[in-house]
Design a protein. Structure first.
Length: 180
């Protein structure tokens, strides 16, 4: 898919088919993340793809256990009464960094790269914020078990899977100024 088309047609997908993401496609998406720019090319990102049902369930339960009542209600309301902070997507990709300069930006560039790569592979995605900068001890211990160092901070996640519904593609109205 041409880059312009990918940028202009990508939309957040919040309903997924009960189908796994093929290993080769997942690898391509993760590779796209690693090619994203980072401040001074620090490459201090750690990209963790979680596809196992047990790991996903444990993460979801850990987030639900610490969610405020308001957040719990909001997340349950958008998933037919069930708490699922990544919409039942078959893959959740967390992006962490150990950097101190611009780690949030370093992770954001990777997340957008992966969202566009997913689209190119006919997959949908949605940025997920519930783990961002989390201090949730259970979540941190789960990531430690994944092999992530304790100083790494999660700056964002991407849910990835086959879209069950086509998201609406309204035009966007961002402000742009060209100075000549
Ligand atoms: C930093 C950031 C955090 C976001 N967090 C969430 C989230 O937790 N859950 C969610 O459903 N969408 C989340 N989104 C997706 C936005 O809601 C979405 O990009 C926005 O509504 C525009 O829609 P579009 O992606 O379809 O163009 C997030 C997006 C960004 C950039």
């Amino acid at each position: 898919m041409n880059v312009d088309k990918a940028i202009r047609t990508r939309r957040s997908v919040r309903e997924y088919k009960d189908l796994p993401v093929e290993d080769e496609k997942l690898r391509q998406i993760l590779l796209a993340g690693t090619y994203a720019p980072s401040a001074m090319n620090n490459q201090n990102r750690i990209i963790v793809a979680i596809t196992g049902e047990t790991a996903k369930e444990k993460l979801n339960a850990a987030v639900e256990a610490e969610a405020s009542e308001e957040t719990r209600k909001r997340i349950c309301a958008r998933n037919g009464g069930v708490f699922d902070f990544f919409y039942g997507a078959p893959a959740l990709i967390a992006v962490l960094s150990t950097d101190v300069l611009y780690p949030e930006a370093d992770c954001a560039t990777a997340i957008e790269n992966m969202a566009l790569a997913a689209l190119d592979l006919n997959l949908g995605s949605c940025w997920i914020n519930q783990l961002t900068r989390t201090q949730n001890a259970k979540v941190k211990s789960i990531f430690k078990r994944f092999g992530v160092s304790e100083d790494a901070v999660i700056y964002g996640c991407l849910a990835v899977g086959y879209a069950a519904t086509e998201p609406e593609k309204k035009d966007k109205g961002g402000k742009v100024i060209i100075v000549r």
